[in-house]
Design a protein around this ligand. Structure first.
Ligand code: PGA
Length: 239
């Protein structure tokens, strides 16, 4: 099965960075990998994916409702005008700004109503006895408005203690969380695909992909280092 690699560039880069990076990445021969590039909104107009069916564009956020009075928000139609096929929803950095589980459920619905694939981020803050309750709540709420039970939602498990910390989560813990996400979604009637994200680098990705029951990776920091990011892509292709 194809592995998904999502590059979350966050609020980084410049027009020139994206033009050059995307040109370079489009030359990659991606055999068993699908790459989803999520730049900041303002750079979408400068990005042209050329001759590479394995690469798609994603956004880092989307509005939660269609309402012309939503100052500062971006609608699905606006994103689709720039060929955006995916959007990251509920990233912990957005949850930290006040995004609630309910708001995230509305964003998921808006994506599905508009043929955009949501990448739904879930993850606990710390490893405590009750921390997995947070994941259960996040998963259940995110699925609330999906009516089509044949739809396979795409989740990204991103423990907050790993994001941007340089400390990747251990593989046993990833598997436990992934298993929990799977079981919780199944209770709501859905099969799932699950990515892992949090301090993935050009070395640790190998054991994560080998030992964890995941469909791919969500990558932040490493996506800004084009050479190392390409190393990872090549490694996945050859592995
Ligand atoms: P990181 O970010 O790879 O820099 O830890 C992952 C993310 O925030 O999605």
């Amino acid at each position: 099965m194809d592995k998904l690699v999502v590059a979350n560039f966050k609020m980084n880069g410049s027009k020139d960075f994206y033009k050059a990076t995307i040109k370079t990445l489009c030359k990659e021969k991606l055999l068993d990998t699908k790459l989803i590039l999520c730049p900041p909104f303002v750079y979408l107009p400068y990005i042209k994916i050329r001759k590479n069916d394995a690469i798609s564009l994603g956004s880092q956020n989307i509005a939660s409702q269609i309402d012309g009075k939503s100052t500062g928000e971006t609608s699905p139609e606006m994103l689709k005008a720039f060929d955006v096929k995916y959007t990251i929803i509920g990233h912990s950095e957005r949850r930290a700004l006040g995004e609630t589980d309910d708001l995230i459920a509305n964003k998921v619905k808006l994506c599905l109503d508009n043929n955009i694939i949501p990448i739904i981020c879930v993850g606990e803050e710390k490893k405590t006895k009750t921390s997995f309750d947070m994941i259960i709540r996040q998963v259940k709420t995110a699925l609330l408005y999906i009516k089509d039970k044949d739809y396979v939602p795409l989740f990204a498990y991103e423990p907050l203690f790993s994001i941007g910390s340089g400390k990747v989560c251990d593989n046993d813990h990833i598997n436990k969380a992934v298993n929990l996400i799977e079981r919780t979604a199944l209770e709501s009637g859905f099969k799932t695909k699950i990515l892992y994200g949090g301090s993935v680098n050009e070395t640790n990705y190998k054991s994560i992909l080998k030992e964890c029951n995941i469909s791919g990776l969500l990558i932040g920091g490493l996506s800004l280092k084009v050479d190392k990011f390409r190393e990872l892509l090549k490694g996945i292709n050859n592995g």
